[in-house]
Design a protein around this ligand. Structure first.
Ligand SMILES: *[C@@H]1O[C@H](CO)[C@@H](O)[C@H](O)[C@H]1NC(C)=O
Ligand SMILES: *[C@@H]1O[C@H](CO)[C@@H](O)[C@H](O)[C@H]1NC(C)=O
Ligand SMILES: *[C@@H]1O[C@H](CO)[C@@H](O)[C@H](O)[C@H]1NC(C)=O
Ligand SMILES: *[C@@H]1O[C@H](CO)[C@@H](O)[C@H](O)[C@H]1NC(C)=O
Length: 212
């Protein structure tokens, strides 16, 4: 009996580790291919998958795959977050979303735009094996800003990063609700408040509305 149980658990463990590894590699490769670690001055070696889901006015929600392009009108948000894989023991997490391509990828003079920044995300509902939603216990420092790439620009990258939250995060003053969302630097902010490297991430591409 004991042997059977532990064998089953061992197999489950192996299967989930293998599945997770493959996807982590895919996400890491997508970040590299889009030159995101270099452009954001970050080290991106994810240990967990970040699932970013946009509710839709009609029809099912959309969960993005890293590098997927979404029509702008599907990104009204605010997005919901979940993680898949082993999370560090930390109670709270920080989520940041930045656009390094504003106003255009070729001339990003006002980048990064901070599209979202919020701490106090905690584990919510368990939705599967090593899969849990993240729920914010406070209002975001920077509430979700829908992408608005200007007419004529190629698609911008909108990059979501998950960090472990340092203990004194709620008393940081580098970003307040009054801080401009333009000319943000996630790498500098991470250093200022001690976020360390992101533990998970994803990104989407969004182009200007066809009519604009
Ligand atoms: C977005 O716009 C496209 C075409 O402009 C339309 O087909 C689609 O239904 C719209 N989606 C939403 C979520 O409004
Ligand atoms: C969580 O964030 C959303 C917006 O992203 C906000 O409307 C909501 O009030 C926040 N929840 C709490 C408990 O503050
Ligand atoms: C933001 O600005 C408003 C009015 O300008 C002010 O009342 C408020 O205290 C400021 N909040 C922070 C966190 O600085
Ligand atoms: C952002 O901050 C990093 C340091 O973490 C720095 O190397 C980089 O040059 C900064 N980027 C910009 C555009 O200021």
């Amino acid at each position: 009996m004991r042997f059977t149980l532990s064998t089953t658990w061992l197999l489950c463990g192996l299967v989930s580790v293998l599945a997770q590894d493959t996807s982590l590699k895919t996400v890491e490769a997508a970040f590299e291919k889009a030159n995101i670690p270099a452009d954001l001055h970050i080290t991106f070696k994810p240990s967990t998958l970040l699932e970013v889901t946009f509710p839709q006015a009609t029809g099912p929600s959309i969960t993005i795959h890293a590098s997927e392009q979404l029509p702008r009108n599907a990104t009204v948000g605010p997005p919901h977050f979940a993680v898949r894989g082993v999370l560090p023991a930390t109670r709270d997490f920080v989520v940041a979303t930045v656009d390094p391509d504003a106003p255009t990828p070729a001339d990003p003079t006002v980048a990064q735009i901070r599209h979202f920044l919020a701490g106090n995300f905690v584990r919510g509902r368990i939705t599967g094996l090593e899969q849990v939603t993240l729920v914010n216990e406070t209002v975001p420092l920077s509430g979700w800003q829908q992408p608005t790439p200007p007419a004529g620009s190629p698609a911008h990258r909108y990059i979501f990063l998950l960090f472990e939250q340092p203990k004194d995060f709620n008393s940081q003053t580098f970003v307040t609700p009054n801080t401009s969302i333009s000319n943000f630097n996630i790498s500098q902010f991470a250093q200022e408040v001690g976020l360390g490297n992101p533990i998970a991430g994803s990104f989407m591409l969004v182009a200007p509305d066809p009519s604009s």
